[in-house]
Write a protein that binds this ligand. Structure first.
Ligand code: SAH
Length: 354
């Protein structure tokens, strides 16, 4: 059997999001079930893997949000898709410096990949930490959800408009194991759903994060029940431009979507306008979406790097600032990555956003 057949276990014709889900998360053959995707030896690198300064800024932001909520005695921090656990380990280091805060917190890790969960269990420990599958298990205290490059890893649906009719993109496995895409007409219910998000008008190509919305429904339900918010940082855009944004990456290089299936990561760009729209409909407040550069600078990342580098030798200093540049440079992660915060709270919380 050709290896690609494994990703069509039940049907030879599946919507593209189902194909991505099988390629990434199939229990035996999925990319995230087989290998550790992050880091130098993996396929891509994320901000917490580049510099611990990124996670330090997030930690300070979380402590300020807790203060903003009048220092609740129970405060739950949930990291969505924690990868290697590197961000969480820095968060804990910083949190320890605030003993009153530290005594109030529980930390939960929400992770789907078994292999990454194992790695997290190796890298992280402590009585504050728990892995969680169901947010209903959090019974009291506000919740703050943090997701770095979580949303872009969730499968998306794609639609194309031809002669004013909307079709969904499907993937088909042929008898010689060749993979092709084809279009299938969509029903009224789907059209209604896309209209709700204002996605159809003036667009000939549409992407819709159905799986992402399901995850957000679980998250926003918890926020509404317990108070708190959700901070997402991701590679994305503000205005939809009829573009196919699916990308596959292997060994830090671009890969064809249907090549190396199960051995390459597949992501898409996040539509922040859609997220804003979604949160509004859920009656959550949002701040203006800002760039990673803006957010990290507002949180004082440059100052922190300068203080740290006092007393360092030239090589160490260069290393710190080289890594900082990768996070902040508009041509690297600085502008492409954006930050959105949605929350339920009586007062505005705009730290990092203005
Ligand atoms: N936040 C990390 C890793 C980003 S990679 C970092 O910045 O380095 C995406 C992460 O999300 C991985 O840990 C992946 O296994 C996890 N993930 C993807 N889909 C998920 C889902 N539906 N539920 C929980 N975790 C998921």
């Amino acid at each position: 059997m050709k290896s690609i057949n494994k990703y069509f276990p039940k049907s030879k014709m599946i919507p593209i999001d189902k194909f991505i889900a099988n390629a990434l998360y199939d229990k035996n053959y999925g990319y995230y079930s087989k290998k550790i995707p992050l880091g130098k030896d993996g396929d891509f690198i994320t901000a917490p893997e580049i510099s611990f300064l990124f996670s330090e800024m997030l930690a300070l932001w979380v402590v300020s949000f807790w203060e903003h909520l009048d220092k609740p005695k129970i405060f739950n921090i949930i990291e969505l898709g924690p990868g290697s656990g590197r961000m969480c380990s820095t968060l804990i280091k910083v949190f320890r410096k605030f003993p009153e805060f530290f005594s109030c917190i529980n930390i939960f890790l929400y992770e789907k990949s078994k292999i990454l969960k194992k790695l997290q269990k190796k890298n992280l420990y402590g009585e504050k930490l728990k892995w969680i599958n169901d947010f209903k298990n959090i019974k009291s205290g506000p919740v703050i959800f943090l997701g770095n490059e979580f949303f872009d890893a969730l499968p998306i649906k794609q639609y194309k408009k031809v002669n004013n009719t909307l079709y969904e993109k499907y993937v088909k496995l042929g008898s010689n194991s060749e993979v092709k895409t084809f279009l299938k007409k969509i029903n009224l219910k789907t059209i209604k759903e896309l209209k709700k998000f204002n996605l159809i008008k003036n667009q000939s190509f549409i992407e819709f994060p159905e799986q992402g919305i399901k995850e957000l429904n679980l998250i926003t339900t918890a926020i509404k029940r317990l108070n708190g918010g959700l901070l997402l940082i991701d590679y994305g855009f503000l205005k939809q431009k009829s573009k196919d944004t699916l990308q596959s990456v292997k060994n830090h290089k671009k890969n064809e979507l249907f090549n190396n299936v199960g051995d390459a990561d597949i992501t898409s760009l996040v539509n922040f306008d859609l997220l804003k729209n979604y949160f509004k409909r859920k009656m959550l407040k949002t701040n203006n979406v800002v760039t990673q550069e803006f957010f990290l600078k507002k949180m004082g990342i440059i100052n922190r790097a300068e203080i740290l580098s006092v007393g360092m030798n030239f090589k160490e200093k260069s290393e710190i600032f080289y890594r900082l540049q990768r996070l902040l440079n508009p041509l690297q992660m600085g502008r492409l990555f954006k930050v959105i915060f949605a929350f339920k709270s009586k007062n505005k919380f705009s730290t990092g956003f203005i």
